[in-house]
Ligand binder design. Structure first.
Ligand SMILES: [Zn+2]
Length: 305
């Protein structure tokens, strides 16, 4: 098999994007479908169908990569603790490998996005990168020493669940005071409705801030300060060269979040990391997940590369 192109599949809670991915991160044929969430069997069948459709058009495709919104057990090749998709600890990697007779890699969706930005986006050329994706939740990804960091079993880099307030607001994961309890589009929407009424939301909050509404600016600054607390912790622990902020909410609200975040980072971060680190926006947008899924498929082709 020619090993220059693979299939990446970004399995989202609402939609699946599958595409042919080249080594440089460019995308060929792509298929987008609403996610089949009725059962695990139905979702697996849908993924099979997407893979087979793409292979029918490009028979030389050499590997499969799946980005999944779950914690991943890389030792067993399983998705564990899925919230938005019906994957309940099945032997995902083995099943896909047997079914499609190709090398298969799986990873958490936010790790995949970080790998994509590192290989083909805002973090190209950097060796130590923190990525935070602020959307409905907060996804995290790490590149350390020039390679993706996944922890002991593969569930590493859940940076949305770093504690920024002891005994703070409840998080969806069951913990308290996590970054995800303070710095998401969901939280911004709640704050906006409390302040501006039921018709408001995250988008409205950003619009009001853009129009100069001081309360809206202050609410977003509060979110940005919590983000800054997490950034200080990450800079002190890891000394990254680059922090990439992505996600729908993170990018839309960046001009109101990053200034306050930087102030906290400058106060609570240590030299020289806090001064050297660059804070940039993601470049790949909603394609990051599928590009990253393709990049991990290339890892499956050359595991030690
Ligand atoms: Zn949490």
């Amino acid at each position: 098999l020619e090993q220059s192109r693979v299939i990446g599949v970004d399995v989202g809670g609402t939609k699946i994007l599958a595409a042919v991915v080249s080594r440089d991160g460019s995308l060929g044929a792509r298929i987008e479908r609403p996610t089949e969430v009725s059962s695990e069997a139905a979702l697996l069948a849908q993924l099979d169908e997407l893979v087979e459709e793409l292979r029918a058009g490009s028979p030389e495709l050499a590997a499969l990569g799946f980005g999944i919104p779950s914690r991943i057990d890389q030792l067993e090749g399983r998705a564990v603790a899925s919230v938005n998709v019906p994957l309940r600890g099945t032997d995902f990697r083995d099943r896909m490998r047997e079914r499609h007779e190709l090398p298969v890699a799986i990873d958490n969706d936010a790790n995949a996005a970080a790998i994509a930005e590192w290989q083909a986006g805002a973090a190209r050329g950097a060796s130590n990168v923190v990525m935070l994706t602020l959307g409905t939740g907060v996804g995290g990804g790490l590149i350390l020493g020039g390679r993706p960091f996944r922890g002991a079993t593969g569930s590493g880099a859940e940076l949305g669940h770093v504690v920024v307030v002891l005994d703070g607001e409840p998080c969806r994961c069951g913990g308290r005071g996590h970054l995800e309890s303070y710095a998401t589009g969901l939280v911004a929407g709640e704050r906006a409705r409390e302040r501006f009424g039921q018709e408001s939301g995250a988008r409205d909050l950003i619009r009001r801030a853009e129009a100069g509404d001081a309360d809206a600016v202050a609410l977003l600054a509060g979110i940005g300060r919590h983000l800054g607390a997490a950034l200080a912790t990450l800079v002190n622990a890891l000394e990254p060269e680059l922090i990439v902020i992505g996600g729908g909410f993170g990018e839309a609200a960046a001009e109101f979040l990053l200034g306050p975040a930087r102030e906290v980072l400058e106060r609570d971060g240590l030299e020289p990391g806090r001064d050297n680190v660059r804070l940039v926006l993601a470049e790949l947008g909603t394609d990051a997940g599928v590009i990253g899924a393709g990049m991990i498929a290339f890892e499956a082709l050359a595991p030690e590369a």
